[in-house]
Design a protein around this ligand. Structure first.
Ligand code: FAD
Length: 447
C-alpha cells in the first residue's frame, strides 16, 4: 500500500479500543495513516479471547472493525509485540503519534497462601482456555470434582459459571475450542458457588447474565434467604438497572421457596453474598463472614468453609508494563495519563508529546465494549485536537513501521486465517474452529 500522507499514527493493540480509535482518526483526519501493531497474529483482543462463545451477537462488532481495517489508509501488523519486537522509543521516532491500547493481560490475585496450587486458577486463564488464546490450551483444568467455587461476582465470573453449567449440546455450535468441549463434556461439576464480599445490592453481575443463568436447562439456582434480609424494603429507592436486577433476584428467591425438591441429577448455581476469601486448602476455601459498612465489606470473626474441588479467582484483570519507557503505575495496573495523554514520569501534570493511551490500559479493566468505544473515541478526539493545536511535531517526515527479521501477519494474512477457521468450523457444524497454535496461524497466513 503506497499512501502519501502527512500524519502517521501508530496504535498498539488490535482490540476494541485500538479499532474504535482508528475508525475515529481515519474519519476525522483525511491526511493521516494508521498502523495497528498487534502482539498476536490475529486481531480483536478480548472480543475473540474474552467474550463468551455463547454470546456470538456481542462479537458482531468485528464487522465494524473489519470495515475500518479495509480502509486503504490502515495497515495491520500482526505478530509484532511492543517491548519485544519493537520498542516504544522506535515507534515514537517513526510516527507522529503513538496510541497505546494493549489492554490488560494479567489478573488480580487474592494474596492468600496456597493460591499457586493446581486447583486454584484464574478466571482469566479459564476464559482464555475455552476461547483458544495461544498457550492457554496447556491449562487442563481439573473438572473431575463436584464443586467449583468462583471468587468474584462480576460478569466474567458469570460467563465462567455458565460455561461450566451449560448443557454441552448448546456449546457445540459455538466457537468454543474443541479441546475445551471435550473436557466440558467429561466434566463432573455439579455445583458452582459464586461468592462475593458484599451484598445483593452491590452484586457486580448484570441482569442479562442473571437471566441467562436462571433459564439454563437442568440447572437450579439456590439463593440464601439470609443474604436478602432487609433487601426487599430498599428496592423502591434504587436506580432503575439496580432495581430491576434486585427484583429479579428476589423473584427467583421467592420461586425457590415454592419449589418442592431439587432435581437429583440437576446441576446447581449457588450465589453467595457477604463472604470474603480467607484461606485455601485442598478441597475447600474458607471465607470470613462480612458486614456492610457504608457499602464496604468488613470481615467479622465468624467464618464459613465452602467445598471447592476447583477454585476460580475472578476478581479483575490488570495491565502489564510492556516497555520500560512507559509511565506505568504498578499499584493500579495502568498507564498514568490525563484524559488519554500519557504523563511524563515524575513530572506532575506535564505530558509526553504525541503519546496517548486508551481502553483498559488507561481506564483499568472496567466496562463493556461500548464503554471502551466511547473512551477510545474521546482519546482519538484529543489526538485530533492536539494535532490542530500543533501540540506535537507533525511537520517532519516519519517513516512508519519497518519490517526487521519478523514474520508479520498483514490484514490479508488474517483473512486467510479467518477463512480457514470458518471452513474448519463449518465442517463440524460450528461457527468457527479457532487455531490456537501460533506457528500454524503464521503458516496459514503465508508468512
Ligand atoms: P483488549 O480487548 O484486551 O485488546 C488489547 C489488544 O492488545 C489485544 O489484541 C492484545 O493481544 C494486544 N496486545 C497486548 N500486549 C501487546 C503488546 N505488547 N504489543 C502489541 N499488542 C499487544 N464486553 C461486552 O460488551 N460484552 C461482553 O460480553 C464482554 N465479555 C467479556 C468477557 C471477558 C472474559 C472479559 C475479560 C471482558 C469482556 N467484555 C465484554 C469487555 C470487553 O472485552 C472490553 O471492554 C474490551 O475488550 C477492552 O478493549 P481493549 O482494546 O482495551 O483491550
Amino acid at each position: 500500500q503506497q499512501v502519501t500522507a502527512k500524519k502517521r499514527i501508530c496504535i498498539v493493540g488490535a482490540g476494541p479500543a485500538g479499532f474504535y480509535a482508528a475508525q475515529y482518526l481515519l474519519k476525522q483526519l483525511s491526511d493521516c495513516t494508521v498502523d495497528i501493531v498487534e502482539k498476536l497474529p490475529v486481531p480483536f483482543g478480548l472480543v475473540r479471547f474474552g467474550v463468551a462463545p455463547d454470546h456470538p451477537e456481542v462479537k458482531n462488532v468485528i464487522n465494524t472493525f473489519t470495515k475500518t481495517a479495509e480502509n486503504p489508509r490502515l495497515r495491520f501488523f500482526g505478530n509484532v509485540s511492543l517491548g519485544q519486537d519493537v520498542s516504544l522509543q522506535e515507534l515514537r521516532q517513526r510516527y507522529h503519534a503513538v496510541l497505546l491500547t494493549y489492554g490488560a493481560d494479567q489478573d488480580r490475585e487474592l494474596q492468600l497462601q496456597n493460591e499457586e496450587q493446581k486447583h486454584v486458577i484464574s478466571a482469566r486463564k479459564f476464559v482464555a482456555w475455552y476461547n483458544g488464546l495461544p498457550g492457554a490450551e496447556q491449562l487442563q483444568p481439573d473438572l473431575s470434582g463436584r464443586d467449583v467455587t468462583i471468587v468474584g461476582q462480576g460478569n466474567v465470573a458469570m460467563d465462567v459459571a455458565r460455561m461450566l453449567l451449560s448443557p454441552i449440546d448448546t456449546l457445540k455450535a459455538t466457537d468454543t475450542t474443541e479441546y475445551a468441549l471435550e473436557a466440558l463434556a467429561r466434566s463432573q461439576v455439579k455445583r458452582v458457588h459464586l461468592v462475593g464480599r458484599r451484598g445483593p445490592l452491590q452484586a457486580a453481575f448484570t441482569i442479562k447474565e442473571l437471566r441467562e443463568m436462571l433459564k439454563l436447562p437442568n440447572v437450579t439456582t439456590n439463593w440464601r434467604a439470609d443474604d436478602f434480609a432487609g433487601i426487599a424494603e430498599q428496592v423502591e429507592q434504587l436506580q432503575r438497572p439496580r432495581r430491576r436486577l434486585t427484583e429479579l433476584m428476589l423473584k427467583s428467591l421467592s420461586e425457590q421457596s415454592k419449589r418442592t425438591a431439587t432435581a437429583v441429577d440437576g446441576k446447581q448455581f449457588l450465589p453467595i453474598f457477604l463472604r470474603a476469601p480467607k484461606a485455601i486448602s485442598a478441597k475447600e476455601i474458607e471465607f470470613a463472614v462480612t458486614q456492610l459498612q457504608e457499602n464496604a465489606a468488613v470481615a467479622t470473626d465468624t467464618t464459613e468453609c465452602l467445598p471447592a474441588d476447583l477454585i476460580l479467582r475472578s476478581i479483575g484483570y490488570k495491565s502489564s508494563c510492556a516497555d520500560p519507557a512507559i509511565n506505568f503505575d504498578p499499584q493500579r495496573g495502568h498507564v498514568r495519563h490525563d484524559q488519554g495523554r500519557v504523563l511524563k514520569e515524575g513530572e506532575g501534570s506535564s505530558v509526553e508529546p504525541g503519546l496517548y493511551v486508551a481502553g483498559w490500559l488507561g481506564t483499568g479493566p472496567t466496562g463493556v465494549i461500548l464503554t471502551t468505544m466511547n473512551g477510545a473515541f474521546a482519546v482519538a478526539k484529543t489526538i485530533c485536537d492536539d494535532i490542530t493545536a500543533n501540540a506535537f511535531d507533525t511537520a517532519s517526515t516519519k517513516p512508519g513501521f519497518e519490517v526487521a527479521n519478523q514474520r508479520i501477519v498483514t490484514w490479508d494474512g488474517w483473512l486467510r486465517i479467518d477463512q480457514h477457521e470458518c471452513e474448519a468450523g463449518k465442517a463440524k457444524g460450528k461457527l468457527r474452529e479457532k487455531i490456537v497454535d501460533v506457528e500454524q496461524m503464521l503458516r496459514i497466513a503465508g508468512v
